[in-house]
Design a protein around this ligand. Structure first.
Ligand code: 8DG
Ligand code: MN
Ligand code: MN
Length: 371
């Protein structure tokens, strides 16, 4: 039995940015359970344990082998007592009692349902729950609730946008955006980012970065793209945020989940005829089109590498890149820049490889960032 137990020859880093994590997950039973526990803490705004379960899941996702005994995990980082007791339960019974209790909890189920609507966050979901609302019908029938524009389109396109987007659909959208961007600026740069850049087969949306070499021109790019898509009649929803980016205000010392670049959150109408192999829709759906969520971000060209690295994800990979920069290198990293606190200077980068090199990290390919 000893010979079949995998032993960690090279130790696993506590930082996701020092691990290679593909989309192949050998420990899905454990990581699915951890994700439920993390979500429960997240919905209750208990940050510490939430992050602990996300870190533990991320470590297990990076393993090229399946955990078959608790003993096999003894050299792994980020696994605390609570995570180990859940793993023990799963190893013994194939499931975790604690996870099953959460999944059958009415509050958890309702908050999950409500936050699955585009534009509904944990705060709104909780407010609706405390009002006694339990279903979409309850929400839509409550005359005292004023849905904002985002939530209205969230409900309107619920079926379509809660359905995964396929790689073929992402490619078709890339062609559409590519045509629009290049009709506006022939020397524009367009890159697919987010989960699809990491090699995922499906996503909840499609993320793009657009920029142009002409400084300042990137700020007007998104409004022009929106204009064009509107004229084509394929824009179902748009939320545009103008740039608030100011190079003189760098570095930002607080961890910022959001960046200051011009961006938009869209819902587009995608025709089946434009998708190789057809749309990823319900069987029997004969509309010939579907709604898809699309995000566009437009950084200035000299910030491109930082924005690309930040928008490629995964979220856990990004968190650990920033944590590694801060804790191990006394540097501050965000979607805009990398700042060396010791040298008191901003470090330049034109590619992601430059940023990894500044951090003294081995380069991790996008498809190895599924932490
Ligand atoms: P998925 O869509 O395939 O489900 O996964 P994903 O592509 O990894 O997630 P995402 O929610 O689309 O986010 C992609 C990356 O973009 C993620 O690493 C977080 C990053 N991101 C920022 N700023 C912002 C922002 O303002 N809004 C959103 N939604 N994501 C942002 O860096
Ligand atoms: Mn995405
Ligand atoms: Mn996105």
């Amino acid at each position: 039995p000893e010979a079949s137990t995998p032993t960690a020859v090279v130790s696993v880093s506590q930082y996701a940015c020092q691990r290679r994590t593909t989309t192949e997950n050998n420990n899905k039973t454990f990581t699915d359970a951890f994700e439920v526990l993390a979500e429960r803490y997240e919905l209750n705004e208990i940050e510490g344990p939430c992050l602990a379960f996300r870190r533990a899941a991320s470590v297990l996702k990076s393993l090229p082998w399946a955990v078959r005994s608790l003993g096999a995990t003894q050299d792994l980082p980020c696994l605390g007592e609570h995570t180990k007791s859940v793993m023990e339960e799963i190893l013994q019974n194939g499931r975790s009692f604690e996870v099953e209790r959460i999944l059958s909890d009415e509050r958890f189920q309702t908050l999950k349902l409500f936050t699955s609507v585009f534009g509904v966050g944990p705060k709104t979901a909780d407010k609706w729950y405390r009002r006694g609302l339990r279903s979409f019908n309850d929400v839509l029938a409550d005359s005292s609730i004023q849905l904002n524009r985002m939530q209205q389109s969230g409900f309107l396109h619920y079926e379509d946008i809660s359905r995964a987007v396929s790689k073929a659909e992402a490619r078709a959208l890339r062609n559409i955006i590519d045509k629009a961007v290049h009709a506006i600026t022939p020397d524009a740069v367009l890159a697919l980012t987010g989960g699809f850049r990491r090699g995922k087969e499906f996503g909840h949306d499609v993320d793009f970065i657009v920029t142009t070499p002409e400084p300042g021109e990137e700020e007007t790019l998104i409004p022009k793209v929106i204009n064009r898509l509107t004229k084509q009649g394929i824009l179902l929803y748009t939320e545009y945020q103008a740039s608030t980016f100011d190079m003189s205000k760098l570095p930002c010392h607080r961890f910022e989940a959001m960046d200051h670049f011009a961006k938009c959150f869209l819902i587009l109408r995608l025709e089946g005829s434009q998708v190789e192999g057809g749309l990823h829709i319900a069987e029997g759906d004969s509309r010939g089109w579907r709604a898809v969520r699309v995000d566009l971000v437009a950084p200035p060209m000299d910030r491109y590498a930082f924005a690309l690295l930040g928008w490629t994800g995964s979220r856990q990979f990004e968190r650990d890149l920033r944590r590694y920069a801060r804790m191990e290198r006394q540097m501050l990293l965000d979607n805009h820049a990398l700042y060396d606190k010791t040298k008191k200077e901003l470090l330049a980068a034109t590619t992601e490889k430059d940023i990894f090199a500044h951090l003294g990290l081995e380069y991790i390919e996008p498809w190895q960032r599924n932490a």
